[in-house]
Design a binder for this molecule. Sequence first.
Ligand SMILES: Nc1nc2c(ncn2[C@@H]2O[C@H](COP(=O)(O)OP(=O)(O)OP(=O)(O)O)[C@@H](O)[C@H]2O)c(=O)[nH]1
Length: 285
Amino acid sequence: MATIQWFPGHMAKARREIQEQLKLVDLVIEICDARIPESSRNPMMNEIVQQKPHLLVLNKTDLADPKQTKAWQQYYEAQGQPTIVTDAQHQNPLNLVQQKANEILKEKLALRAQRGIKNMTIRAMCMGVPNSGKSTFLNRLVGKNVAVTGNRPGVTKNQNWLKTKQNLEILDTPGILWPKFDDQEIGVKLALTGAIKEGLYHEDDVTLFALDYFRNYYPQVLTEKLGVGPKQLELSDPDLLLALTKKFGFKDEYERMAQKIIFDLRKGSLGRITLEQAPVSATEA
Ligand SMILES: Nc1nc2c(ncn2[C@@H]2O[C@H](COP(=O)(O)OP(=O)(O)OP(=O)(O)O)[C@@H](O)[C@H]2O)c(=O)[nH]1
């Protein structure tokens, strides 16, 4: 996981580098975390990508709520943003990407064919915020582990094309973009999913957010996974954390209980949870 600190100079440099890379590709593949689709997208994505065809990937769907993943996909598609869903840890998304890329680039490919150009190779680059799964996704597409360095500030790179088994070639350096860290709640969600380095956030604050979120959207996590009884459900979030601390044998060391909840949430043992709900219009569709 990246440990970059994003300063204005770094952001400007990343943006410049990505804009250079964009000139080389037909398609941008933006990877985000399906558990926090909005919070794991760069705020200036559309501005950075501009007119370049753009495929959005909701990754890590094995950890996300399937209903929400579907609703988010519908929401983005309805906005005209081609979107696929995948779990690059366990699946190879190559066919899905190729199919969608062919659709997105239909006119460009038809034009090439008209001009008698035989080469139908689509050149693409991956980009996304840290921890969204860019390296995992890229390695899956190319079917091997390539050393991915990313365009971290200060790292010089040569452009190399990685071949896939389809008509798709991928730039070997994914673009790393900064997340929307100016909003506190976004920071909390990024921390809960493991996108922020330990020590840079307060585990208890992050856990209190999670308890409140479970209460509102996934009460079964409290009742079934954490064994919270009806009386304890009436407690305030801090008191609930203390009650759970005792229940799990951590005495009054609530930090340990907080760490356990964060750890269990990240590895999926509290169930498949999406930490931001798709807009209602998408869920009703
Ligand atoms: N469960 C699950 N884990 C995933 C998936 N994709 C990636 N991961 C895990 O998420 C973490 C981050 O994945 P990376 O591929 O390193 O992400 P990245 O975007 O390249 O990260 P940076 O190098 O920080 O920019 C790793 O621990 C991966 O194993 C997925 O689809 N499902």
